[in-house]
Design a protein around this ligand. Structure first.
Ligand SMILES: NC(=O)c1ccc[n+]([C@@H]2O[C@H](COP(=O)([O-])OP(=O)(O)OC[C@H]3O[C@@H](n4cnc5c(N)ncnc54)[C@H](O)[C@@H]3O)[C@@H](O)[C@H]2O)c1
Length: 328
């Protein structure tokens, strides 16, 4: 059985769909701090399976022990954590407490129950401002905000744990920019308040919830002056977790992206075209801390896991909007 922490959230819920397609049994723990209980029913609709869900905080060791007592857990996929960069700058202690405490508690309980297999959600943010592109897994690591630091610290904790006990199989996945939604339109990205990231913002302008999209800078040294990122469809990302699960062996680190960059304006134009809708936008000054361009080298994940993203930017734009229209 696979324990999915944060399984009611955006990436976790899509990964559960892929796990069940691949005949894995799944149990979920989530404290609903950034997700809704109704995802449980939606997952049942998509998969046809009743998935056991524990509504608990991962920092609650007693509750976590109970989950390991009730279920025979072979592997953990650890998504739970806070993820908003801006909020982490305002509330660093909350971020350090939640992301690091929950991970330490999880790892301690895993050791106690002889469960030695874990896949961890890291982020391309650990590469800081890369000196060259595409970004490879052995590039130097640094961060510019508390959220990124929690990812970097947890990576270090996992590496130290592996050194101390190499019974562990630890896979660190560094995600680039997941967007899009399950093609059923039942699950997707549902950010609270004003989103930090581009696609949720575009979608909110499309639905009329926000008036206008601010494009932060059009004077970068990129194809059209706007920032370039490596967007990956969340369903492709989810498949990457299933492949990682099938290939657990020692300490492994992989980028999960597409290997291609897309600019802000290219993404907006594609969104307009596939959804036949106009997005109001204005150019505003650069946002401090943003880098011009970022995309992954995905060679390692391809060679060692057989991972290759399949969905297009068109798919990502269509599915993201479809989810929001379905759930308005
Ligand atoms: N979405 C992205 O762009 C992105 C990029 C890189 C890395 N990541 C990482 O991937 C992981 C999943 O991201 P997501 O986009 O699905 O986020 P999400 O917020 O949608 O999902 C995280 C889930 O974890 C739960 N959670 C948080 N703290 C918890 C705790 N202490 N105990 C139990 N449950 C808890 C939340 O309720 C939520 O359902 C996160 O660790 C995130 O940092 C995300």
């Amino acid at each position: 059985m696979i324990l999915v922490t944060g399984g009611l959230g955006y990436i976790g819920s899509h990964t559960i769909v892929e796990l069940i397609k691949n005949n894995y049994e799944v149990v979920v723990v989530d404290n609903l701090s950034n997700s809704k209980r109704e995802v449980i029913d939606k997952l049942k609709k998509i998969t046809g399976k009743d998935i056991p869900v524990y509504i608990n905080d991962l920092c609650d060791k007693k509750a976590l022990r109970q989950i390991f007592q009730d279920n025979i857990i072979d592997s953990v996929i650890h998504f739970a954590g806070f993820k908003a960069v801006g909020e982490s700058v305002e509330k660093p202690l909350m971020y350090y407490r939640n992301n690091i405490d929950s991970t330490l508690t999880l790892l301690e309980v895993m050791e106690e129950f002889n469960c030695f297999n874990i896949i961890f959600s890291s982020s391309a943010t650990v590469y800081g401002s890369p000196k060259s592109l595409p970004i490879k897994e052995d590039f130097p690591l640094s961060t510019t905000n508390p959220y990124g630091s929690t990812k970097l610290f947890i990576e270090q904790i996992l590496k130290d744990l592996y050194t101390s006990n190499n019974k562990f199989n630890i896979t660190i996945l560094r995600y680039f920019n997941p967007i899009g939604a399950d093609e059923s339109g039942l699950i997707g990205e549902d950010p609270r308040g004003i989103p930090n990231n581009l696609m949720p913002y575009i979608v909110k302008v499309a639905t009329g919830e926000l008036e206008i999209l601010s494009v932060f800078g059009d004077d970068y040294d990129t194809v059209d002056g706007t920032g370039v990122r490596d967007y990956i469809h969340v369903t492709d990302l989810a498949r990457g977790h299933v492949l990682s699960l099938k290939n657990q062996n020692g300490l492994r680190i992989y980028n999960l992206g597409t290997g291609h960059g897309t600019s802000v304006l290219e993404l907006v134009n594609t969104f307009e075209k596939v959804n036949n809708i106009k997005i109001n936008k204005k150019i505003v000054p650069r946002r401090p801390g943003d880098i011009a361009e970022c995309f992954a080298s995905c060679d390692k994940a391809f060679k060692e896991l057989g991972f290759k993203a399949e969905k297009t930017i068109e798919d990502m734009c269509r599915d993201a909007y479809n989810y929001v229209k379905n759930n308005e």
